[in-house]
Design a protein around this ligand. Structure first.
Ligand SMILES: [Zn+2]
Length: 300
């Protein structure tokens, strides 16, 4: 198996409740080649508002501060000390791979910010991020333009339906998302492509607010056979999974397990919580203490 391209398709606001209300044969894996898990999305470490952080964690790992890309920020993630944090985009570009973002501007956060992308077709470029046809078209166009690399796509329709408190539109948008996934897998070479489907958080149509109830996480690629159950996972594990698939080193603050290895029948004796707790302890042991840096005059 030689994966050349990864598409991370983030369906903003699609939690497990919104997902189960809809008819989703493709994401549920009825066609085979799919591993499905239930993902936790809670912030591990620092943070600000939920959507940018949730995107940031998928690209960097723990303890980050992220803001929505816009007039005042590119979407670059920072750590507790105010230093920029390495993302899967930085690691990919360092190895000569291309990085691209499609849809909501937040997609750029996963890859290190608006200014460092090789290609972008985002809301800032005039793309309608709630239009499923436009989004698939743009995604496939970008896919064709890249030989090797990572494409992050963020689709807005489910989240939007949640904010306007329409259960009907949520169901319709999730069903459209499922058709989008069907279109994408029909038009890419699955032997050399890994498609990761995730959501940044849930959006509850009864309150109109975001929440952190679990979200679906699916992996689709040729090497997976049947419908594999990934069990309970955390979205933070997406960074390691993507880097492993592309044979890249992992970003410095990445946490968790390689979910593709689990999907292909590898070891999964430990839960994400056990693995992440152990990795966090190691990171904290090696992390400079803020008061020690202050004494050396390295932080204000
Ligand atoms: Zn939202």
């Amino acid at each position: 198996m030689k994966i050349k391209k990864v598409i991370l398709f983030i369906i903003d606001g699609m939690d497990t409740v919104n997902f189960t209300m809809a008819n989703t044969p493709v994401m549920s894996g009825w066609h085979g080649k799919t591993a499905v898990g239930v993902a936790h999305t809670e912030i591990i470490g620092a943070g600000t508002t939920i959507t940018p952080i949730a995107h940031g964690m998928m690209g960097t790992g723990f303890n980050i501060i992220a803001h929505r890309p816009g007039a005042h920020t590119t979407g670059r993630c920072f750590d507790y000390y105010g230093n920029p944090v390495e993302t899967i985009g930085d690691v990919a570009r360092e190895a000569g791979l291309k990085t691209a973002a499609v849809g909501k501007n937040e997609a750029a956060i996963v890859l290190g910010g608006l200014d460092v992308l090789d290609l972008s077709r985002l809301e800032k470029d005039g793309v309608d991020t709630t239009d499923d046809r436009v989004m698939v078209e743009e995604t496939l166009k970008v896919y064709q333009q890249i030989d090797q690399g990572i494409i992050v796509v963020t689709y807005n329709a489910v989240d939007f339906a949640g904010h306007i408190m329409s259960v009907k539109r949520i169901i319709d948008s999730v069903e459209r998302a499922d058709k989008m996934v069907g279109e994408i897998i029909k038009n890419v070479n699955l032997a050399e492509t890994l498609l990761v489907i995730a959501a940044d958080h849930g959006t509850n149509p009864l309150t109109g607010n975001h929440n952190t109830i679990p979200t679906p996480l699916c992996l689709i690629t040729e090497a997976i056979t049947g419908r594999v159950n990934l069990g309970i996972v955390h979205n933070i594990e997406i960074a390691i999974t993507i880097c492993s698939a592309l044979n890249l080193r992992k970003p410095k603050q990445a946490l968790g397990r390689n979910l593709l290895e689990i999907a292909l029948g590898g070891k999964s004796d430990l839960s994400y919580r056990e693995v992440i707790d152990e990795q966090l302890q190691e990171l904290y042991r090696n992390q400079p203490k803020r008061h020690e840096l202050a004494l050396k005059g390295e932080v204000l």
